[in-house]
Design a protein around this ligand. Structure first.
Ligand code: F6P
Length: 319
């Protein structure tokens, strides 16, 4: 029986190194690797092929996912999930690795409860919002893209003495925004998890401006939906001409960092080993407090990610 890999949901840098390691490692273990192209849509449409070493040569440094990905509406319907399962049987596949985020894992939870498959998940989303897990593939690269963009925006902010509002992705999760705000030295940061006291921020920044500060960087998580509000707030309350920069999809692209590649390798080896052993499957590999372990797909699908307090504490840099 074969082991298949599939990407689901938003692409994340780190998926390609994981796909490469998957093919190489599965052959090393004398098993047969398969690709499911275009995520759950491809699983429903039987877009499945055996993978070979030459499929994965020269992909390690590339962002995105060579096997494609999708967000599938059809997979919500029972008859399409039945089709998906039948396609796995048709291709002699009994084991499945999914690189995805919370939506993908909720779909896999339903699938695993309905059908007898061996499944292992690998957290892969720049949002970093998987419960019980500190690191998702894609995050380190995305943080570095944001750092690079913010450093460049700072050049104009400081030269023109402007306010800049930088909108960061992450859906309802503020991890990406908070971490990069700290790393990039932002003066203001708005994330869904924290109510920023704007009156206090105004007092502090006004004092700094009176003492010579002449530009301000404000990071806003897309989940708070306050980018335009903050542009107006800074110009009205701090008296600085203010612009916005919505970083958008550049955050999901680019060549994976060294850390990303190493993490991708580790996640894959652990997932493949579990599937080959055939015990203790239907789990997601997680990285927590510097250690790898597994959590059940049921737990992952039904729990909410809580941002680490340590990161929130670092946000108290205003004043
Ligand atoms: O989940 C990753 C992510 O990039 C989010 O940060 C963002 O809100 C969303 O995907 C965008 O989704 P789509 O690719 O469907 O536009």
């Amino acid at each position: 029986m074969g082991i298949a890999i599939m990407c689901s949901g938003g692409d994340a840098p780190g998926m390609n190194p994981a796909i490469k390691r998957f093919v190489d490692y599965v052959y090393m273990k004398n098993e047969k690797p398969y690709f499911i192209y275009n995520g759950l849509e491809g699983l429903i449409d039987n877009n499945i092929k055996q993978a070979y070493h030459n499929d994965v040569s020269g992909i390690l440094h590339r962002g995105g996912a060579i096997i494609g990905s999708s967000r599938s509406q059809r997979f919500y319907e029972k008859n399409y999930r039945k089709k998906a399962y039948e396609n796995l049987l048709k291709n002699d596949i009994d084991s499945l690795i999914v690189l995805g985020g919370d939506g993908s894992f909720r779909a896999m939870d339903v699938f695993c409860k309905e059908y007898n498959i061996k499944f292992m998940g690998i957290p892969s989303t720049i949002d970093n919002d998987i419960a019980g897990n500190d690191y998702c593939l894609g995050v380190d690269t995305a943080l570095n893209v944001i750092r690079d963009a913010s450093d460049k925006i700072r050049d104009t902010a400081s030269t023109f003495k402007r306010g800049f509002v930088i909108e960061v992705m992450g859906r309802e999760c503020g991890y990406l925004c908070a971490t990069s705000a700290v790393a990039c030295g932002a003066e203001l940061c708005l994330i869904p998890e924290v109510d920023l006291d704007l009156d206090l921020a105004k007092d502090i920044l006004k004092k700094q401006i009176n003492n010579g500060r002449n530009y301000v960087l404000c990071f806003v998580a897309e989940g708070v939906d306050k980018t335009d509000f903050m542009v107006d707030w800074i110009s009205e309350n701090l008296g600085l001409e203010t612009r916005k920069s919505i970083l958008g999809y550049i955050q999901r692209g680019g060549n994976p960092t060294v850390f990303e590649r190493l993490m991708a390798f580790e996640f894959i080896v652990k997932a493949v080993d579990k599937l080959i052993a055939g015990l203790d499957t239907n789990k997601v590999i997680v990285y927590k407090d510097g250690q790898f372990s597994e959590l059940s797909i049921d737990f992952i699908a039904n729990s909410k990610y809580i941002i680490n307090q340590h990161i929130l504490n670092m946000l108290n840099f205003i004043g």
